[in-house]
Write a protein that binds this ligand. Structure first.
Ligand code: UGA
Length: 432
């Protein structure tokens, strides 16, 4: 099928690439000319495993194109995806101006029947507004359908999640777009759920909020574990084997971050508020998440006492493993909190060092270190802030020799507690 994807962020770029991978013909549109030039030249603006190989191959074989023109993308497409950002506003609500702008542009150039699919995460009832806008601005008065098709990919595993999705949600009850969407997704061999448009929109906010709730739940349990001497990893393992609960998203740590969970929780709380409902449960999820960071900073301060003029090594800057994304990263927040306490930092991340420099500029008190095994040189303690699996392969004997005192704070429970104690570290993790 012929597709147009508007927006080449994580969702748009990876979806477009994966649609090309299963044989569709895809035109990706972006309003940033520099980004379009980069992509046309085969260079990928984000780190996402798999993309580097897939994009140039599909461009070469003619299944994937990039342009700055919505009119060009829409002209030949049967299905037009909207995958533009929906950033948070100060009051927690979502800024829908990019969605509205794109809807108007699609309307202005649409001359034949199109299926317009919203893939961006949006508040319930946005689809209705998109349909009204397109109707208002389409002078040719052609037929169209608006569908909600939320995306559930995780950064760092986006290609894998898109190629093998748990489910595909299609929000529309009109038969014409349902048939086309089923054909589009047939190669992915995943369960397809057809719902009304409002329910599809809600599924996304409800799912992300539930996953955030799961993390806050285990983080709250980790506090009880610390108070009693229990081990939160054992508790999570025991809970997770119950198939009704599942082990995923039960890793206690510094709390969740990223460009999705914090924003989506605020948005869902705001949407509820506008409907006259106080979603207190989700406000508590936010509060637990914030407290988890406070508690970890306190743990460091309680152990090292005064941080002024101390040197701390920090492993991890990305908001999680496998990505170079530092938006709303708990690791960056932790660094900022430690700097505020007066510490100097030596930091390392396998992929996020360049993006991190924009929010945590190198200075006399912030040194970026290329090799993770050098980060601890002459430091008073080492802190693990992101769950990169390679941090578990750290040369611990070397690190112990580099630290002025062998103190390690593990904010992601990556290392083996017994082994750390055997090696003579003062080892503090979360809920263990
Ligand atoms: C999340 C969802 O998992 C995706 O399904 C969704 O499509 C995406 O948001 C989105 O709305 O676009 P993502 O933000 O990429 O994906 O990352 P996650 O893997 O969900 O991790 C989010 C945060 O939770 C990270 O900071 C991670 O470190 C933290 N986390 C995750 C924990 O603290 N504990 C866990 O057990 C799992």
């Amino acid at each position: 099928m012929k597709l147009c994807i508007i927006g080449t962020g994580y969702v748009g770029l990876v979806s477009g690439t994966c649609f090309a991978e299963v044989g569709h013909e895809v035109v990706c549109v972006d309003n940033n000319p520099e980004k379009v030039r980069q992509l046309q030249g085969g260079s990928i603006p984000i780190y996402e495993p798999g993309l580097e190989e897939m994009i140039p191959r599909h461009v070469r074989e003619g299944r994937l194109r990039f342009t700055g023109s919505i009119a060009e993308g829409v002209a030949g497409a049967e299905v037009v995806f909207i995958a533009v950002p929906t950033p948070p506003q100060e009051d927690g609500s979502v800024d829908l101006s990019f969605i509205e702008g794109v809807a108007r542009e699609i309307a202005a150039c649409m001359t034949s029947y199109k299926i317009i699919v919203d893939k961006s995460t949006v508040p319930v009832k946005t689809g209705e507004k998109v349909a009204e806008t397109i109707k208002r601005y389409n002078r040719a008065k052609v037929d169209f359908d608006v569908v909600s098709n939320p995306e559930f990919l995780r950064e760092g595993f986006a290609v894998e999640d898109l190629m093998k999705p748990d489910r595909i949600v299609i929000g529309t009850l009109s038969p014409r777009p349902v048939a086309a969407m089923k054909e589009l997704y047939a190669p992915f061999n995943a369960p397809i759920i057809i719902t009304d448009i409002h329910s599809a929109e809600l599924i996304k906010h409800a799912a992300n909020s539930f996953l955030a709730l799961k993390i806050s739940y285990i983080n709250a349990v980790s506090v009880i574990c610390e108070a009693t001497g229990a081990n939160v990893v054992e508790v999570a393992n025991g809970m997770g084997l119950d198939r009704r609960i599942g082990r995923q998203f039960l890793n206690a740590g510094l709390g969740f971050g990223g460009s999705c969970f914090p924003k989506d929780l605020s948005a869902f709380i705001k949407i509820s508020e506008q409907l006259g409902v106080d979603f207190r449960l989700l406000r508590e999820v936010q509060a637990v998440n914030a407290a988890q960071m406070d508690r970890f900073v306190k743990k460091i301060v309680d152990t090292l006492w005064v941080l002024k003029d101390k040197r701390l090594a920090v492993l991890g800057l990305a908001f999680k493993q496998n990505t170079d994304d530092v938006r709303m990263s708990p690791a960056i927040e932790l660094c900022q909190r430690l700097l505020k306490e007066g510490a100097s930092l030596r930091v390392h991340d396998p992929k996020a060092m360049s993006k991190a420099q924009a929010v945590l500029p190198p200075s006399e008190r912030v040194t970026y270190v290329e090799d993770m095994n050098d980060v601890a040189a002459d430091c008073d303690a080492l802190v693990i802030a992101t769950e990169w699996p390679q941090f578990a392969q750290l040369d611990l004997e070397r690190v112990r020799g580099q630290l002025t005192h062998p103190i390690l704070f593990d904010g992601r429970n990556l290392l083996d507690k017994a082994e750390m104690e055997r090696l003579g570290f003062v080892y503090k993790s979360v809920g263990r």
